[in-house]
Design a protein around this ligand. Structure first.
Ligand code: CA
Length: 653
């Protein structure tokens, strides 16, 4: 009996020792507070919710000379800083062999297993778990490409399956031996219908199964995740069905969610919730991010930034970044089976020199850019051509000097919230269309985006003198950008000077069909005036149409004009849209019911406006002139959709 007790005590002691050796206790955390960051609490956030940050490029960044600091401005291990601010998991990508035959790294952090081991060890020391993201490729794998590692390129599927198993097994053993606290392992990255050079699910599933088997052996407590992109595509239900059909062993169905491209949060919740409900799986957002500034900081242009057409809902500010991420977290927390959100590359910042040339040297030498020139030997068509620095430095959670942004505190403040008095954080752009003969009346107020993401009109002053306005009148039709200031923030008003427009409500800015009549000839599921500046040619509003199926959509939108002076007139109107299939779209003019002119238009894609111009309309006083646009689309893909805006009826040839 006594002996038994001693053995038990000894085992307990041993366990304790082991535990100390492999999984250090989390450091004691100071409470996080902020005087400026507004955080609306997410009251439904579960205690064990994963608040992750992908920090794959940290080692290459540090080798390039980057110093990360804490909020006091002192140099500090970046993993400790992340942990102190509520981050629970670090995600790291693993490429099989991101080096050319001479050992030069392909870039993107040169993330081989060795890098993951070091990151895993440091994350564990800071008390965080690791999410391991196997790409099963030598370089970036995403919906655009899933290239097989060079060493596996001639393998048949049986051999490749064994290779995936062995590589996963060996990598995880190394991580385990180094003390990494692996909480989750991804078998593939954004594997939309392809993985490791395989393009049919019959083969893909073997590879996923092999990866999962290795995870279960080495880290039986860890979750196995599959990861896809494009929740807006409608393909997730099919992926989940295939995974179920083949009996792939996984725990988490993970999605990327970039607000610029990946549809609405409502849709994200719906598609992930359906998978959780149908198959009893956990779900999460594995990648999200948002720009805190439009500025580039490393002389390598960014995917989102100045001149980018996508400003979705949040301004490019530190607060806008925090609000975007907060809303993604709330959405996942409120989704059935939702277990977490991981921020993508929160630590990938400028390597910090004053010139492109010097930065380029570091990107090449340490792999701290998105790709080096050496990647050409593996991926000649993309990385080999467009290699360079960081394209997401304006979406990091640290500034260009390595100081943490206030938005990093979001993770620690989510539960309690930090509901300060809202103040203006950014100003929405204003639009104005003015007839050349009319007075230019610039808006007296603009919409401020408040720190709590509400909108509030605030007074504005514009940098435009009376002389400037006179010049704008005299210069004929043209577009001007007028700068201003509101609540201490920069404001912008785009003024479109146009010839006298005889139409009522030409840009739909009344927010309804005032002046217009619509004849719905069938097939439209949506046909209305819509408020969305990013989809408008002028101002905030436009006429919107959409058909859910591939059935024909057909309608006429027109306006009667009377009491014009006799003379020659011209009519113009613009359209853009997509999935139109075979279509007939034209602008037209009728005099007392007789067509006197038409101008065809094409629907060719988002943001591609086509203008139809009907010239030489000879009007005689007393006639009724009708101008309008006719639309008929057969539809294809997700069904025809489009936007009509910027109608003009002017005198002249
Ligand atoms: Ca950049």
């Amino acid at each position: 009996m006594k002996k038994m007790i001693w053995i038990a005590l000894l085992s307990a002691l041993l366990l304790l020792l082991c535990a100390c050796g492999t999984a250090p206790k989390a450091p004691i955390r100071k409470p996080v507070s902020s005087d400026t960051l507004y955080v609306k609490p997410v009251s439904t956030l579960p205690e064990d919710f994963i608040l992750g940050v992908d920090a794959s490029s940290v080692i290459a960044e540090e080798q390039s000379g980057v110093k990360y600091r804490n909020f006091s401005g002192e140099e500090q291990d970046v993993f400790l800083t992340l942990a102190e601010n509520g981050v629970t998991h670090i995600r790291v990508r693993v490429w099989n062999h991101p080096y050319d035959k001479d050992g030069n790294g392909y870039g993107g952090g040169n993330n081989d297993v060795g890098k993951a081991v070091e990151i895993g060890r440091r994350a564990a020391a800071a008390g965080m778990k690791l999410i391991v993201d196997f790409h099963y490729s030598d370089f970036w794998a995403d919906p655009g490409k899933q290239m097989v590692p060079l060493a596996w390129k001639d393998m048949e599927i049986e051999e490749k399956t064994e290779a995936v198993y062995q590589f996963t097994l060996d990598s995880l053993k190394e991580l385990r031996d180094a003390g990494a606290d692996v909480g989750m392992v991804q078998v593939g990255n954004e594997t939309n219908g392809a993985l490791c050079g395989e393009k049919i699910w019959f083969n893909i599933q073997y590879l996923m199964q092999a990866g999962a088997r290795a995870v279960r052996e080495i880290y039986p407590e860890a979750m196995v995740a599959v990861h896809f992109a494009n929740p807006e595509s409608g393909a997730y239900a099919d992926y989940a069905k295939k995974l179920d059909y083949y009996g792939v062993d996984y725990d988490v169905f993970a999605s990327s969610y970039y607000p610029y491209w990946h549809g609405t949060l409502e849709n994200l919740r719906a598609v992930l919730g359906e998978i959780a409900d149908t198959y009893g799986k956990k779900v999460m957002v594995m990648e999200t991010s948002y720009a805190y500034t439009a500025e580039d900081t490393d002389f390598n242009g960014n995917t989102i930034g100045e001149g980018s057409t996508v400003v979705k809902n949040y301004p490019y500010t530190v607060q806008g970044q925090a609000n975007s991420v907060r809303d993604v977290i709330e959405t996942v927390a409120n989704t059935p089976g939702g277990i977490g959100v991981c921020y993508w590359e929160g630590t990938w910042i400028s390597v910090g020199t004053d010139s492109w040339e010097e930065n380029h040297e570091r990107w090449e030498k340490y792999g701290s850019g998105w790709a080096s020139s050496y990647a050409a030997s593996y991926d000649p068509n993309d990385a080999g051509k467009y290699y360079g620095g960081c394209a997401v430095d304006n979406q990091a959670l640290f500034d260009a000097q390595g100081m943490p942004l206030e938005s990093l505190k979001l993770f620690a403040l989510l539960r309690s919230g930090n509901e300060l008095k809202p103040v203006p954080d950014a100003v929405e752009d204003s639009f104005l269309t003015v007839d050349l003969s009319d007075e230019i009346v610039l808006p007296e107020t603009v919409n401020a985006v408040m720190t709590d993401d509400s909108r509030e009109p605030i007074p504005v002053s514009w940098d435009a003198s009376a002389a400037d306005l006179t010049r704008m009148h005299e210069n004929g039709p043209a577009r001007y950008e007028i700068r201003g200031e509101a609540g201490g923030l920069p404001a912008l008003c785009t003024v479109n000077m146009v010839e006298f427009n005889f139409l009522t409500n030409p840009d739909f800015e009344t927010g309804d069909l005032t002046g217009w009549s619509v004849e719905d000839l069938g097939g439209a599921d949506e046909l209305y005036v819509e408020d969305k500046a990013t989809d408008s040619l002028d101002g905030h509003w436009h006429m919107h149409f959409w058909s859910a199926g591939q059935g024909t959509i057909e309608f006429r939108l027109e306006q009667d004009v009377k009491e014009l002076k006799s003379g020659q007139y011209k009519f113009a109107v613009s359209v853009m849209g997509g999935d139109a299939g075979e279509h007939e779209v034209y602008a037209y003019a009728r005099l007392d019911g007789e067509i006197v002119g038409t101008a065809p238009m094409s629907i060719t894609g988002y943001g591609s406006w086509d203008t139809g111009l009907v010239k030489g309309i000879d009007y005689v006083e007393g006639q009724t002139l009708t101008v309008g646009v006719y639309v008929r689309c057969a539809g294809e893909g997700n069904g025809a959709w489009g936007k009509i805006d910027g109608a003009m009826l002017c005198s002249g040839e």
